[in-house]
Ligand binder design. Structure first.
Ligand code: SER
Length: 584
């Protein structure tokens, strides 16, 4: 079944069940400065979930265009997308759990013909804020899901809220069993091994969470559901990734035909970012240096860098846009109407970026001669910053060029200068999206060292399969993503915490070395992207506990860190868990 057929079946089904079909809201929210893009179907409906009357009635359905960019660096794997379509249906103070579940079950088993035995569901396990959702479980049993395929989980898995504040409630999630073997006897839908894939989320929005963390009952009970179209399409077609479905296949094939260097991750990045950029531009987005304009700029520039990697001429961009418009116009007729604008915006941004790269490369070559003459192997942060600030030359490109010349860049100094610059500039919003680059103050430095300890502790507690998959640090907390197929038990979390705190109390010195990459690998150094580094690498060693390739900055001694505490452990993506932790 093609994506558009699934979408049509969905809207028709809910129309036949008394829902008004409402149009997708634009990707760029009209009255909501708190978010950059529409990230879920419920987002434009918040006032109505809070009690305002919707002009189309109290049963609604739509397909909603969504952009989520928190995981932009993950695109290129087999599942992450920045743009996706969410099918949704809503009850605004109308039906509740029983009817919602009956409709979802009927849609899945009758309209999409998914065999009932492939469906498992999860319900909220209950806590001090809200009781165990046995009503939902009973509803599932009533429609025919046997008890052994009904699971209960806590807030991490079965509670939905957009952000920190707003309407929220327990949810029930439906999972599709891919038929892959269980990864362990305990394997269940909350495990990220890939056997179970989440297909639909029904949120029973009865609560409002305020900024101070208090929950109050809403004036009405709502249902908010979301079904990811790309994922459903992939599953129904028996494909392993959305890139193999008709949504991406024409562009992926063309890229394969044009490429001179084979790289599947780069093809996915180009295909995904092109579609995402086209959809954003179509809804009025334009590249700039702040906020959503900056995200769009990043998407386009990242796409271009990966076209360069594939050695595809940038002149082909126009053809690629034509292919995408041709392929997607049935789903999004506005793409055809705005085709010329989309082309102009992307090509103009491409020209800017090409000039940036040219100027920057020239400047880089001049400077590098000086550096070489002085017999140095590190390009100072001032120059990296000047290239960035004056020529818009991305530091990751400078780093790449430096490593081609057998050199490194002084990232610490760059980060420092970047931070100063950032504090001066008015753009607070930009900071949110700079991730790792933003800030290297005292607290950030401590958290940075704590990630190395946490990485090492997780390996001891969970096993050698644990590897860092990402991290994000602010002055208030750290977030650490790592590969692990299952939810951590309370005991595992406690052991991990204890180990990190033990190492802190042992006051272990943190040492910095520069060495050949081979030597670092020989010593067993951990690295997230080993291929990203040049021949000479910067290595941080914490006693016998940890050795990692890393640009720093770090504290001198683990005793500086204070007390380490895990606040949350949750799924991040398939096979990847996320820990949020603080130092107190
Ligand atoms: N708001 C929920 C989600 O985004 C259900 O639509 O998953």
């Amino acid at each position: 079944m093609k994506a558009i057929e699934i979408r049509n079946k969905y809207l028709n089904f809910f129309k036949n069940h008394g829902h008004a079909v409402i149009p997708s809201a634009p990707l760029i929210p009209e009255n909501d400065p708190s978010v950059l893009f529409t990230t879920a179907g419920m987002q434009p409906l918040v006032p109505y979930l809070l009690g305002e009357k919707h002009p189309a009635g109290n049963r609604l359905t739509d397909y909603q265009k969504c952009v989520r960019t928190n995981d932009i660096e993950e695109v290129g794997d087999n599942r992450h997308l920045t743009y996706f379509e969410m099918l949704g249906n809503w009850s605004l103070g109308d039906y509740f759990k029983e009817e919602s579940i009956q409709m979802s079950y009927d849609f899945l088993t009758q309209e999409l013909q998914i065999p009932a035995e492939k469906i498992s569901v999860t319900c909220f396990a209950g806590d001090e804020d809200c009781p165990k959702d046995e009503v939902t479980a009973k509803c599932w049993e009533k429609v025919g899901i046997p008890k052994e395929r009904i699971y209960y989980f806590g807030k991490d898995d079965n509670w939905w809220i957009a952000g920190e504040e707003g309407p929220c409630g327990p949810d029930t999630e439906m999972f599709y069993d891919t038929g892959k073997p269980k990864c362990s006897p305990e394997c269940n839908p909350s495990c990220g091994c890939g056997k179970y894939v989440e297909i639909w989320n029904n949120v029973f929005m009865e609560y409002f969470k305020s900024k101070d963390g208090k929950y109050t009952k809403l004036s009405q009970h709502n249902v908010d559901t979301g079904l990811g179209l790309e994922r459903m399409t992939m599953l129904l077609q028996g494909k392993e990734t959305p890139f193999e479905t008709e949504l991406f296949a024409p562009i992926m094939d063309k890229l394969e035909e044009l490429q001179k260097v084979d790289n599947i991750a780069s093809r996915r990045i180009v295909a995904e970012h092109l579609r995402s950029s086209m959809m954003i531009i179509c809804d009025g987005g334009r590249p700039s240096n702040i906020d959503r304009g900056y995200i769009l700029r990043r998407l386009i520039r990242r796409m271009i860098r990966h076209m360069n990697k594939l050695q595809i001429s940038l002149d082909e961009l126009s053809t690629l846009i034509d292919i995408n418009v041709g392929n997607l116009k049935e789903m999004y007729p506005a793409l055809e109407e705005n085709k010329e604008t989309i082309k102009n915006v992307i090509l103009e941004e491409k020209n800017k970026f090409v000039k940036t790269l040219e100027k920057g490369e020239k400047e880089f070559s001049k400077e590098i001669e000086n550096v070489k003459k002085q017999g140095k192997t590190i390009i100072d942060g001032k120059m990296v910053f000047r290239l960035y600030d004056t020529y818009g030359f991305p530091p990751e490109v400078t780093e790449e060029l430096a490593s081609e010349n057998g050199m490194k860049i002084d990232k610490e100094e760059f980060k420092k200068l970047f931070k100063e610059h950032q504090e001066k500039s008015r753009a607070g919003a930009e900071q949110k999206f700079k991730g790792g680059l933003a800030g290297a103050g005292e607290m950030e430095t401590k958290y940075h060292t704590a990630t190395h300890l946490l990485n090492a502790a997780l390996k001891q507690v969970l096993g050698a399969h644990v590897h860092q998959r990402g991290s994000n640090i602010t002055a208030e907390r750290m977030r650490f993503d790592f590969s692990h197929p299952a939810k951590m038990t309370d005991e595992e979390k406690q052991k991990t915490e204890e180990l990190v705190n033990k190492w802190i109390s042992e006051a272990v010195p943190v040492e910095h070395f520069e060495m050949k990459k081979e030597e670092a690998i020989r010593q067993g150094a951990e690295a997230m992207f080993i291929e990203k580094y040049g021949d000479i690498v910067s290595v941080y060693k914490i006693g016998d506990i940890s050795i990692e390739l890393c640009g720093g900055p770090h504290v001198q001694n683990t005793s500086e860190l204070g007390h380490f505490k895990i606040k949350k452990e949750e799924a991040s993506s398939s096979g990847v868990r996320r820990i949020k932790a603080i130092l107190e």
